[in-house]
Design a protein around this ligand. Structure first.
Ligand code: C6P
Length: 411
């Protein structure tokens, strides 16, 4: 798909990540869990250190230069994020991560505008972060949650999805890139269908923002949520993109400092967007680190990242087929960065534990997608997930580890 871009210099890229040079159980670490969180490049680590050593002050409060400079940097990164996602700065709210971004929409937009009998449609492959917040708001408002089906291959059943849309559908919430399966959903099409039904569209971009070039204007969505820590940035910082007109109509969801225009004892008025949604002292160092992470991502180029990961996923899919009794879970044709699998006779947790002893870090479990795994008839999978810094040698180490698992469990 993205073969025209220049290949990544992965060896050089890896040198930017101190943690990738460490060992696990006496072996070179093979880190295949970037869907959980990516490792951090030196430029991000240094930027955060420099902020605390030389620039630290609270924002929007001080009249002194240090605070004014910290404020300017915070605002600069907001504009940087807006550029990265194809939005305007007023449409970018800083949050703690994807989870908080979705909860913000559920509690502000959802509680503000949903009424009993209104319908929310999500897909059967959602992460708990894009399911439980809607369950909560459905309970609070009397709205009804509808679940769009997925096929056995882990693709969204688009006809099944379209059949759920009615005049009562008020919101559609769908994952862009599934963390459990790697499936890339046709978000533009889903958004068109949602809008044609008169519904608002939220995209869970936790896994897509690090692997695909995202342009919210081109996707046409109303909300887009992502996390800094999966994008080479620090933990505890995330983003909610919201279409300006919607954000302006939405009530605040948390009250406190920095989100007000004026406060009296009995009532208050709100700051303009996006400050209305950023109560209290934000994660300033996290925002600064996120800015450095986006500089890093753009210096390598998301098209080059996607092409490299696509090649690596193809190679890994081919190689794991050599392991007897291994079955890949999630075989959608449009797929990225994630290889989930089960092995006959071996529980995924045992697979993960044996791989760990070989120095290979993968995730094992339900990946915060319990209903999806139940739908697929599985209690858990083992999951290798890839980033720009992973190599074919690391895939080979994974396969060697899996053959080791096979020896332990027979077959
Ligand atoms: N998935 C994984 O190992 P937070 O925790 O807020 O940064 O992101 C939540 C989230 C939401 N949606 C999707 C599709 C995700 O993959 C995640 C996080 C991690 O798959 C941790 S469970």
């Amino acid at each position: 798909m993205t073969t025209a871009v220049a290949p990544l210099d992965v060896a050089r890229l890896r040198e930017e990540f101190p943690l990738l040079g460490t060992t696990a159980h006496g072996r070179p670490l093979v880190y295949l869990d970037s869907a959980a969180t990516s490792q951090k490049p030196r430029s991000v680590i240094r930027r955060i250190t420099r902020f605390y050593e030389r620039e630290n002050a609270n924002i929007h409060r001080g009249v002194y230069a240090l605070s004014a400079d910290a404020t300017a940097e915070y605002d600069r990164v907001r504009a940087r994020v807006a550029r990265f996602l194809g939005a305007t700065p007023e449409e970018i709210v800083f949050t703690r991560g994807t989870t908080e971004s979705i909860n913000l929409v559920a509690q502000s937009w959802g509680r503000g505008f949903l009424r009993a009998g209104d319908e929310i449609v999500v897909t059967a492959m959602e992460h708990h972060s894009n399911l439980v917040p809607w369950q909560l708001v459905a309970e609070q408002t009397g709205a009804v949650l509808r679940i769009a089906p997925v096929t056995d291959a882990g693709e969204l059943d688009l006809d099944g999805f379209a059949a759920l849309l009615t005049a009562r559908t008020r919101l559609v919430a769908a994952v862009h890139l599934s963390n459990a399966l790697g499936t890339i959903n046709p978000i533009r099409r889903i958004t068109e269908l949602a809008h044609a039904a008169g519904a608002v569209m939220l995209v869970d971009g936790a896994q897509s923002a690090p692997h695909l070039a995202v342009d919210v204007a081109a996707l046409g969505c109303d909300f887009f949520a992502c996390s800094g820590h999966k994008l080479f940035g620090p933990t505890g910082i995330g983003v909610l993109y919201g279409r300006r007109e919607l954000l302006e109509r939405m009530p605040p969801w948390q009250g406190g400092g920095d989100m007000i225009a004026s406060v009296e004892y009995q009532r208050s008025t709100w700051a303009p967007v996006p400050q209305k949604f950023e109560a209290g002292t934000p994660h300033i160092a996290g925002v600064v680190g996120l800015g450095a992470a986006l500089d890093f991502v753009e210096s390598i180029g998301l098209d080059a990242v996607a092409a490299h990961e696509h090649e690596l996923l193809g190679y890994a899919t081919e190689r794991v087929a050599e392991v007897p009794g291994l079955r890949v879970v999630g075989t959608a044709p449009m797929k990225a960065a994630v290889l989930s699998f089960v092995m006959e006779g071996a529980h995924p947790h045992d697979v993960g534990t044996i791989l760990d002893r070989e120095g290979v870090a993968v995730r094992a479990g339900h990946h915060c997608c319990q209903p999806l795994l139940r739908r697929l008839g599985l209690p858990a999978t083992a999951r290798a997930s890839f980033a720009a810094y992973n190599t074919r040698d690391e895939v080979d180490a994974l396969v060697a580890g899996l053959l080791q698992v096979r020896k332990v469990f027979g077959g």
